[in-house]
Design a protein around this ligand. Structure first.
Ligand code: UD1
Length: 362
C-alpha cells in the first residue's frame, strides 16, 4: 500500500512526526509531499531537522498568497503529481489551506482521501480553517478523528459511520514522543528565566491580527502579567506589533523569532501558563499540564476546556488578565482525553490496512 502524505504548514509537520515510522512499520509506504505553504527556515526547515522527519520527496514551492492563490496553486501542482503517481490514497492532515487543496485535487482524479484530525468544528465560518475542515471532511473516504465528539459532528453532517475511525490525537503522540528528547533542555534559561517563572504567549490568527483593537487588548493584558512573558512571533504578527504601542525596552514582554518544535515544547512544559490563539498549542498545553488561556471567540478544541486545561476568552484586556490570574493559580491535575496517547499512529496504520471506502458513485 502506498499513501502520499501532504504537508504544508507548521502544524502539519508536527503531526506527521510519529506517523511515518508507524505506517512504515505496518508495511505502508508513505512518501511526503510538501506544498511549500510555509517555506522559510524558521517556519519549515527547522521542523524537519528537529523532528528528524524524512525529507519530502516532492516540494511544490507554493509560497504565500491569498487563500485562493495558495489553495489553487497547490491544487494544480498536486493534481499533476497524483496523476503521475496514482497512490492508493492521499492523506491530508489538520485544517490548513494545503489540507483542502490536497482533498480537492485528489477527489477529482479519483484518488481516495484520508483526513487525519477529521470532525473538529468551531462553527465559525469566518475562520478559513473551519471552511477547510468542513469541505475536506465531505470529500474524504476515511475520516480519522481525535475525539469522540468529532465523530458525532461528522455523523450529524451525514458522513457514514463506517468511514469514521476514532484513532485519538496525533498531536498528543508527538508531544509524548518528543518530551524525552527535550528532557535536558531548559530554553527559558537563555532568557534569564527559570521553570515556572514566566508566561508563554503566541498570537497569529487573523481574528486577532486583523483587528488592531484586539491585538492591542492582548498586548495590554500581557503587559499586566504578574510574570515576564516570552512571545515567539509569527511572521504575520511581527509588523503589526509596533502599532499596538508595544515598546520592548522596559516591557514585560520579550519578543522572539519563531521557534522550532523542541524549543516550543520545552517552553510550554516549563511555563507557568500559556496565552495563545493557536489550535495546536491548546492541545499541547493540555498534554503538558500547563494551564492555557485561549483568546478566541470559539474553539474547535472544546475538549481541552471540558477537562479543565483551557479557558476561552474574548480579546478583551480585562477578561484575559482575569483568565490568566485564574490559570496561574489553577491546579494542573486534569485528566487527559481518551486516546491522547502513544498508540495514535498505530491506530491510523490499522485503519488504513482495513482499506479506504470509495465515495459513492466513484
Ligand atoms: C497557517 C494556517 C493556520 C496555522 C498556521 C500555523 C491556513 C488557512 N492557516 O496560517 O491554521 O495555525 O499556518 O503557523 O492554512 N510567512 C512567512 N514565511 C513562511 C510562511 C508564511 O513569512 O514560511 C508569512 C507570509 O507573509 C504569509 C503569512 O506568514 O502571508 C501567513 O502565512 P499563511 O501560510 O498564509 O498562513 P498562516 O497564518 O501561517
Amino acid at each position: 500500500m502506498r499513501v502520499i502524505i501532504v504537508v504544508g504548514a507548521r502544524p502539519n509537520f508536527i503531526k506527521v512526526g510519529p506517523l511515518v515510522p508507524a505506517l512504515e512499520a505496518a508495511g505502508i509506504a508513505c512518501p511526503i509531499v510538501h506544498t511549500g505553504q510555509h517555506y522559510d527556515a524558521a517556519m519549515s526547515d527547522v521542523f524537519f531537522r528537529d523532528l528528524e522527519l524524512p525529507k519530502p520527496l516532492w516540494f511544490l514551492g507554493v509560497g504565500s498568497g491569498t487563500h485562493a492563490v495558495q489553495t489553487g496553486t497547490a491544487m494544480m501542482k498536486l493534481e499533476e503529481l497524483l496523476q503521475a503517481e496514482r497512490p492508493d490514497a492521499l492523506m491530508v492532515v489538520g485544517d490548513v489551506n494545503s489540507t483542502l487543496a490536497g482533498a480537492l485535487a485528489a477527489v477529482k482524479v479519483q484518488v481516495p482521501v484520508v483526513h487525519l484530525e477529521a470532525g473538529l468544528r468551531s462553527r465559525d465560518m469566518s475562520m478559513p480553517e473551519e471552511v477547510n475542515r468542513l469541505v475536506t471532511d465531505q470529500l474524504s473516504g476515511m475520516l480519522l478523528t481525535p475525539v469522540p465528539e468529532a465523530g458525532e459532528n461528522l455523523i450529524a453532517e451525514g458522513i457514514a459511520s463506517e468511514r469514521i475511525h476514532f484513532v485519538g490525537n496525533i498531536m498528543a503522540e508527538s508531544v509524548l514522543r518528543n518530551l524525552t528528547r527535550v528532557a535536558d533542555r531548559v530554553p527559558c534559561q537563555e532568557y534569564g528565566l527559570n521553570s515556572g517563572g514566566y508566561v508563554l504567549a503566541t498570537v497569529h490568527r487573523p481574528e486577532n491580527t486583523g483587528h488592531p483593537e484586539r491585538l492591542e487588548a492582548i498586548i495590554s493584558a500581557l503587559e499586566a502579567s504578574p510574570l515576564p512573558v516570552l512571545f515567539p512571533v509569527h511572521p504575520r504578527t511581527r509588523p503589526l506589533l509596533a502599532a499596538t504601542g508595544l515598546r520592548e525596552a522596559g516591557s514585560r514582554i520579550r519578543l522572539m523569532d519563531p521557534l522550532g518544535y523542541s524549543n516550543v515544547l520545552a517552553l510550554q512544559r516549563d511555563a507557568a501558563a500559556i496565552v495563545t490563539d493557536s489550535g495546536g498549542i491548546q492541545e499541547e498545553a493540555c498534554m503538558l499540564h500547563t494551564p492555557c488561556v485561549t483568546v478566541r471567540r470559539n474553539t474547535e478544541r472544546g475538549i481541552t476546556v471540558d477537562v479543565g486545561a483551557n479557558r476561552l476568552v474574548s480579546a478583551d484586556a480585562e477578561a484575559i488578565e482575569d483568565a490568566l490570574s485564574e490559570a496561574l493559580t489553577s491546579d494542573r491535575t486534569w485528566e487527559l482525553p481518551e486516546r491522547w496517547d502513544m498508540e495514535v499512529a498505530h491506530r491510523v496504520g490499522n485503519a488504513l490496512l482495513g482499506g479506504v471506502l470509495p465515495l459513492s458513485g466513484v
